[in-house]
Design a protein around this ligand. Structure first.
Ligand SMILES: Nc1ncnc2c1ncn2[C@@H]1O[C@H](COP(=O)(O)OP(=O)(O)OP(=O)(O)O)[C@@H](O)[C@H]1O
Ligand SMILES: [Mg+2]
Length: 406
């Protein structure tokens, strides 16, 4: 039997940075051997690195924790690109096969993907990941595998191109390198969490994945097996906490604690009674009703779901999402969130936790919704996407991937 490959992932989130070490079998089965998670300590804002040293320190700590637990040394990591600068853009490419035998070759597929990448993007952005969706051979669409050897005259491809701000991606790489690690590949965060929590039948039936993190809410919409839209909103759990801090006159730390202890997404579900709120700057404490806390939470979550609804509507496919919405990310731990989201989005809603992985540790934190991205990164080989970020630019990265494809 082939030896399992040790694969490690690193999710650099706005509120926490987590590292996971796993053994991946040849069949793609993932067994988690260890993990570590550390607060991002102000290193990021809305998913974008703003303080290098804090980020590097948190990466080192999370990695050390994961190494200790797994007994493995982490040298390189698959990491995610998220944050408000992440954009997914659909594109297509075409090529006519003019040779005599009309047999589609590797070079044709190479060329058609390159054609799909030839679109003008802002100077400060770079494509870092290509997600091939379907090939079209002489008008027949829905061909999922590269149609090598097939006879055809016209070859087309539909892809989703993912791009990010060049500088913010360079800061991801720099932080990881400064922590003594190499980046094995970069994967769009919403694709990684989709991979961890969505079932294949949901992806085929139509579904929207909503990853509600600390500083961002990422959306990925799938129709007929393909991702058709992604977007990242700059709102998340930190904004909920910020509203509570203002509303009950407390520090953000106290607000965060009150939110997790007494918070509900729907104020009608609030527990009865008051909670103690310590005063700021040495002032005496006061009490606030749990109902008020939940009203503050509900108002902000409703705003976020309004924006999510608008994004889904923009795709024009809202009526085709038979599998509704799957919520993940740390905010998905809020009591009553499924009910609020169901009321707001008018679709079936469930909470998504990483599935399809086995965890060595009992009650592993890896199944918490806040670990979905890190877990999904370990399964990224199933995506058949093309990670291409690096010094050589789009095409060098692409050729490297292609050489390893078969
Ligand atoms: N039980 C809970 N109730 C309410 N909110 C919670 C709960 N548990 C975690 N959260 C919130 O989840 C958020 C963190 O989620 P997560 O770890 O997915 O974010 P992140 O990956 O660090 O950030 P991002 O993805 O936005 O960059 C925090 O704002 C936290 O308050
Ligand atoms: Mg996150």
């Amino acid at each position: 039997m082939a030896k399992d490959e040790i694969v490690s992932s690193l999710d650099i989130g706005t509120t926490k940075i987590c590292a996971v070490v796993s053994a991946v079998s040849e069949e793609g089965e993932v067994e988690v051997l260890g993990y570590g998670s550390r607060p991002a300590s102000g290193g990021l804002r809305k998913g974008v690195i703003i303080h290098l040293d804090n980020t590097v320190g948190a990466i080192e700590d999370a990695v050390e924790q994961a190494e200790k637990m797994s007994g493995q040394r982490i040298k390189n990591v698959i990491t995610s690109v998220g944050g408000i600068y992440l954009k997914g853009m659909p594109s297509d490419g075409h090529r006519s096969i003019s040779r005599g035998n009309k047999e589609i070759t590797k070079a044709d597929i190479n060329a058609v993907i390159e054609a799909a990448c030839e679109l003008s993007i802002p100077l400060d952005q770079e494509i870092f990941y290509i997600s091939p969706q379907e090939y079209i051979v002489d008008g027949h669409d829905g061909v999922k595998e590269p149609p090598l050897g097939l006879i055809g005259e016209n070859l087309g491809i539909r892809v989703m191109l993912f791009m990010g701000a060049i500088t913010s991606m360079q800061n991801i790489i720099k932080s990881i390198n400064s922590a003594g690690l190499r980046v094995r590949s970069t994967v769009p965060g919403p694709l990684a969490s989709s991979l961890a929590v969505l079932a294949e039948d949901e992806i085929n039936s139509g579904v929207a994945l909503v990853d509600m993190g600390g500083g961002t809410t990422s959306i990925a919409v799938f129709v007929k097996g393909y991702v058709i839209h992604t977007c990242v909103l700059g709102l998340g759990g930190e904004q909920v906490t910020g509203d509570i801090a203002v509303g009950v006159r407390s520090s953000p730390e106290v607000a965060e604690k009150l939110k997790k202890e007494h918070g509900r997404a729907i104020s009608a579900m609030a527990q009865e009674g008051e909670m103690d709120v310590p005063g700021l700057g040495g002032r005496g404490g006061h009490t606030v009703s749990k109902l008020v806390l939940c009203e503050i939470i509900q108002a902000r979550l409703e705003e976020i779901f309004e924006l999510v609804r608008a994004e889904i509507k923009k795709t024009g496919y809202e009526d085709m999402l038979s599998a509704g919405v799957v919520l993940t990310g740390g905010v998905a731990n809020t009591d009553g969130l499924v009910d609020l989201a169901g009321n707001m989005l008018r679709m079936p809603v469930r909470i998504g936790k990483a599935s399809g992985i086995t965890a060595a540790a009992e009650g592993s934190a890896v199944s918490d919704p806040s670990f979905s991205v890190a877990a999904g990164l370990l399964m990224q080989s199933k995506l058949r996407g093309v990670p291409i970020f690096g010094k050589g630019g789009v095409f060098e990265g692409f050729r490297k991937w292609w050489q390893n494809f078969f």
